[in-house]
Design a protein around this ligand. Structure first.
Ligand SMILES: Nc1nc2c(ncn2[C@@H]2O[C@H](COP(=O)(O)OP(=O)(O)OP(=O)(O)O)[C@@H](O)[C@H]2O)c(=O)[nH]1
Ligand SMILES: [Mg+2]
Length: 471
C-alpha cells in the first residue's frame, strides 16, 4: 500500500487511445517526471479532475546508436490528476491518455517505473479501493462482472451489485444476527444472576427467520449464475436431423456445414450468443450413431464429451420421419441437466408418432418441447423463449431483489445457514448459551466474508487475482 503503482489500463494491442494509470502517494511526483504540460504549469498545481495537454518525455533505446539511450518525446498526451480521496483508489491518481500503440504504452510505463513506480498486480487498483473503504468486496467483484457482462440482463445485475444491493441485504441480515447474539452473550455474562435477556421462543423465531431470509437469497444463485456466467447448450441428436441447420438459424449465419449426407459434422462447432438476455454457449455436435468410420467415431466421442459439459441439452428430432430405436436410447435422463426436445422439419409432413414423442419426453423428463423448422425459421422464437424459461425460470425478473451471482457468495450463505441450524438445535436442546453464541458468531463471520467485513487475506487474494492488470 505504500508503493505507488502504475499499469496500462487499456487492452493490449493497437487502439485510438491507450491509458496508463498511476496511483499512490507519489503518483503526481512520479508522473511529473515523465510529462511536461504544454501550458508550462506543474502537474502538482493543476486542479483535480481537469484534463491537460502534455508531452511525454522518456528514454528510448535507440538501436542506431547501439545501447545508448536518449531522452526524447515519446508521444503527445492528455493527463488528469485525481486527488485523494476523490479517486477510484481513494489515493492520488494520475491517468495519462496517449496513443494506443503497444510500444508507446510500454515506453511510457517503463519511464514511470524508472521514476520509482512499481508495476501493479492484477486487480491491485480495485484492491486498494476496497482496502481504502471505497468499495466493499461484493462491489469490487461487481466491477469485474461489469467488465465481463455479455448481455443487458447480466450488466444490470452487475450494476445493481456495484450499487450495493447485495451488501445491503446481507448487512440487514447481519444486523439482525448481531442483535440476537448480543442478547445471548448478555445472558452468558449474567448466568449467575439467573437473568434472561431473551425468551427462548423469540430466539428460536429470530434464528429461523434469519435462516429463511438467507435461504431465499441463496436460492437466487440459480438464476444469478445463469446471467453472470451463462449456460452451455449442446444441440444433440441423430445424424441429419438438422443440428447444424439449427445452429446457423439461431446465429443467422452460415457457421456450420449443412448437407443431406448423414455424418457431416465431425468437430464440435461452438458459438456464443445472447438468447433473451441469457449468454448461451451453443455447441453443434456430430450426429450420434454407431459407425465404422473412425473419423466419425471420434466425432461421436466429442459429442458425448460436449453433452457431459452442457447444462442444457437441445435434443433434436426430425419430425418428418418416425422415431428410430437408436433415438430412444440416445440421451440418458440426467437430473443435473435441463432438456428441451426440439422437433425439426415441421415444413414437411409429420411422421413422428405422438405416442413415441410422449415416451421420449417422459424418459428424459423434458423441461419443454418445441416444434420448429430450421429451414423456414418457423418456431425459433418459441425455442428462444423455452431456452430462457428453462434456464431462468418463468417468473424471474432481474433487478427486483438482491441476486447472488457468485459461487463464493452462495458458499458463504450456505455456511451461515448451517451454523444457524446448529445454533437452533442447541437452543431447542437446552444447551448452554455459549454453544448458541459460537454458532451465531460462525454465521456472522460467514456473512462478513461476503462483503469483506471480516475477510481473510486468502479470500482477498482469490477475489483480486481474477482481475486483469490495470483494473
Ligand atoms: N425440409 C427441411 N430440411 C431441413 C431442415 N433442417 C435441416 N434440413 C435439411 O436436413 C439435412 C441435414 O441438415 P444438417 O443441418 O446438416 O443436419 P445435422 O443434424 O447437422 O447432420 P450431421 O451433421 O450429419 O449430424 C440438410 O439437407 C438440411 O438442408 C428443416 O427444417 N426442413
Ligand atoms: Mg451437422
Amino acid at each position: 500500500m505504500e508503493d505507488t503503482i502504475c499499469a496500462i489500463a487499456t487492452p493490449w494491442g493497437e487502439g485510438g487511445i491507450g491509458i496508463i494509470r498511476v496511483s499512490g502517494e507519489k503518483a503526481i511526483d512520479i508522473a511529473s517526471g515523465v510529462i511536461r504540460l504544454t501550458s508550462g504549469r506543474a502537474l502538482s498545481e493543476v486542479s483535480s479532475h481537469t484534463l491537460h495537454h502534455a508531452d511525454i518525455v522518456g528514454l528510448l533505446a535507440d538501436s542506431s546508436r547501439t545501447s545508448e539511450q536518449v531522452s526524447t518525446s515519446i508521444d503527445e498526451a492528455l493527463a488528469v490528476v485525481m486527488r485523494a480521496p476523490r479517486s477510484y483508489t481513494a489515493e492520488d491518481v494520475v491517468e495519462i491518455h496517449c496513443h494506443g500503440g503497444p510500444f508507446v504504452l510500454q515506453s511510457l510505463c517503463e519511464a514511470l517505473l524508472a521514476k520509482g513506480a512499481r508495476l501493479a498486480q492484477p486487480g491491485e487498483f480495485t484492491k486498494r479501493a476496497f482496502l481504502n473503504g471505497k468499495l466493499d468486496l461484493t462491489q469490487a467483484e461487481a466491477v469485474l462482472d461489469t467488465i465481463r457482462a455479455k448481455t443487458a440482463a447480466s450488466l444490470r445485475l452487475a450494476q445493481e451489485q456495484l450499487r450495493g444491493s447485495l451488501s445491503k441485504e446481507v448487512d440487514r441480515i447481519r444486523q439482525r444476527l448481531i442483535h440476537l447474539l448480543a442478547h445471548v452473550e448478555a445472558s452468558i455474562d449474567f448466568t449467575e444472576e439467573g437473568i434472561t435477556f431473551i425468551q427462548e421462543q423469540d430466539l428460536v423465531r429470530g434464528v429461523e427467520c434469519t435462516i429463511e431470509a438467507l435461504s431465499r437469497l441463496a436460492a437466487t444463485y440459480q438464476e444469478g449464475r445463469v446471467l453472470r456466467e451463462g449456460v452451455t447448450a449442446a444441440i444433440v441428436g441423430r445424424p441429419n436431423v438438422g443440428k447444424s441447420s439449427l445452429l446457423n438459424a439461431l446465429l443467422r449465419t452460415d457457421r456450420a456445414i449443412v448437407s443431406p449426407i448423414p455424418g457431416t459434422t465431425r468437430d464440435v462447432v461452438e458459438e456464443t450468443l445472447n438468447i433473451r438476455g441469457v449468454p448461451v454457449r451453443l455447441l453443434d455436435t456430430a450426429g450420434l450413431r454407431d459407425t465404422a468410420d473412425v473419423v466419425e467415431q471420434e466425432g461421436v466421442r466429442r459429442s458425448r464429451a460436449a453433452m457431459e459439459q452442457a447444462d442444457l441439452l437441445l435434443v433434436l428430432l426430425d419430425g418428418s420421419v418416425p422415431l428410430t430405436p437408436e433415438e430412444r436410447r440416445l440421451v440418458l435422463p440426467d437430473r443435473e441437466k435441463k432438456f428441451v426436445l426440439v422437433i425439426n422439419k415441421t415444413d414437411l409432413p409429420r411422421e413422428l408418432a405422438p405416442g413415441d414423442l410422449q415416451d421420449l419426453e417422459r424418459a428424459v423428463a423434458a423441461d419443454a418441447t418445441v416444434w420448429i423448422s430450421a429451414k423456414t425459421r418457423v418456431g425459433l422464437d418459441d425455442l428462444r423463449d423455452a431456452i430462457r424459461n428453462v434456464t431462468l425460470g418463468l417468473e424471474f425478473e432481474p433487478g427486483e431483489t438482491a441476486v447472488v451471482t457468485a459461487l463464493r457468495h452462495r458458499t458463504a450463505l450456505v455456511k451461515a445457514i448451517e451454523a444457524l441450524q446448529r445454533s437452533s438445535e442447541s437452543i431447542k436442546g437446552m444447551l448452554s448459551a455459549e454453544f448458541v453464541a459460537v454458532d451465531l458468531r460462525g454465521a456472522l463471520d460467514a456473512l462478513g466474508d461476503i462483503t469483506g467485513a471480516t475477510t481473510t487475506d486468502d479470500v482477498l487474494d482469490c477475489v483480486f487475482s481474477q482481475f486483469c492488470i490495470g483494473k
